[in-house]
Ligand binder design. Structure first.
Ligand code: APR
Length: 344
């Protein structure tokens, strides 16, 4: 049985994500941490008759660390959707300063109270917030690259849905058969369609392929526009965040219930900390150290990753997309690293 802590658990993503966690039979404790309404959300969820005991933790003021420390105490998994969402006209980069500070401070608390927990970051821009958490963990001497994940599952979920639409096949057919690599915003996102054998080079080419790639890369904008000022993707993100959390839980308790034939979901990780990661960085990623790749999990941590360049038959078109992605990624990573270096 595991304890899961959701930081930002009263938010648009945090609430439905916490609901899904509450329904997982392997969760014994669910801690909701938020600066507003944490106790209300926890009380509401606690009336659901599943085994997880739900507790809300809300700080009295900015100086109060007891709430976050209580929420993190003894936790196995920390999921972080805390932050401010994207409004129309705002890029993910605009969110940077607010969310960067939130993730930096939460990472410092995790380092102190739950240094062995698996940490799943949803707060955007993920391309920068994951390096921020890593830098904080490095500074405090607790960095374990096998346990730090940028959640990019929504890109895979969107790719599965949009590819299903395009090919007029059921989403179930595509689910788990397409990998998305790279980063988690705009043209840093690279869907790899050739892992679906019978469509490669046939139905999906030319304009259809370009449209598909664009829709996966900028699908988040469709939601931002449709919500018209009310925020960015929350329900699909909560589903995707939960899907990855569930893989972690299953690998922790050794009870895999989801489709074992599927390709592993990708996560945005620090490659030099993983076996074979330095080679990938040097040979294929022009020195870029953070990249989303499919990961195999064991005991809630990364056991290995799938090298897309040798195992997933990347096409020339996809390699071009990777080259574009690498440029954007490096500057986002630098921004995150510099943010922590410039912090007290
Ligand atoms: N600690 C904990 N929670 C916080 C903090 C903090 N320091 N600061 C803000 N929060 C909480 C807010 O109180 C709110 O409940 O985070 C929650 C964020 O929820 P929303 O504002 O509804 O935003 P949401 O749409 O859920 O997006 C959150 O995830 O995908 C990303 O881009 C998105 O970065 C954004 C984040």
């Amino acid at each position: 049985m595991v304890k899961v802590t959701v930081c930002g658990g009263a938010g648009g993503i945090g609430q439905p994500l916490s609901l899904l966690v509450k329904l997982n039979p392997n969760v014994s404790e669910l801690a909701i941490f938020d600066i507003v309404n944490a106790k209300g959300v926890a009380a509401d969820l606690s009336h659901i008759n599943t085994s997880a005991v739900v507790t809300g933790y809300q700080p009295k003021d900015k100086e109060d660390k007891s709430a976050i420390e209580g929420a993190l105490k003894g936790t196995d998994i920390v999921v972080i959707p805390a932050g401010v969402p994207r409004k129309p006209g705002m890029t993910r980069a605009d969110l940077f300063n607010v969310n960067a500070s939130i993730v930096r401070d939460l990472a410092a608390s995790i380092a102190k109270v739950a240094p062995n927990a698996r940490v799943l970051i949803i707060s955007n821009p993920v391309n920068s917030t994951v390096p921020i958490a890593a830098e904080v963990f490095k500074k405090l001497g607790v960095f374990n690259p096998h346990k730090l994940f940028g959640v990019t599952t929504l890109d895979s979920v969107r790719a599965e849905t949009f590819l299903g639409d395009l090919l007029l096949v059921s989403p179930g057919y595509v689910k788990g058969r397409i990998s998305v690599i790279g980063g988690h915003s705009g043209d840093t996102i690279v869907p790899l369609t050739n892992v679906v054998p019978d469509i490669n080079g046939s139905k999906l080419s030319g304009e259809a392929y370009a449209k598909f790639v664009h829709r996966v890369q900028f699908g988040g904008d469709e939601v931002v526009q449709a919500k018209n000022g009310a925020g960015s993707a929350t329900l699909s993100m909560a589903y995707a965040g939960y899907r990855f959390t569930e893989h972690i839980i299953e690998s922790l308790v050794g009870n895999r219930t989801s489709d074992s034939n599927r390709i592993s979901d990708s996560a945005y990780v620090y490659l030099p900390g993983l076996e074979g990661g330095n080679d990938l960085v040097k040979l294929h990623l022009n020195g870029v150290e953070y990249f989303s790749v499919p990961v195999e999990l064991e005991n809630g941590q990364i056991k290995s990753f799938v090298d897309p360049f040798t195992l997933l038959n990347i096409t020339d078109d996809e390699r071009k997309l990777v080259d574009v992605a690498l440029k954007g990624l490096q500057s986002s990573i630098d921004q995150g690293v510099n943010f922590v270096a410039g912090s007290k």
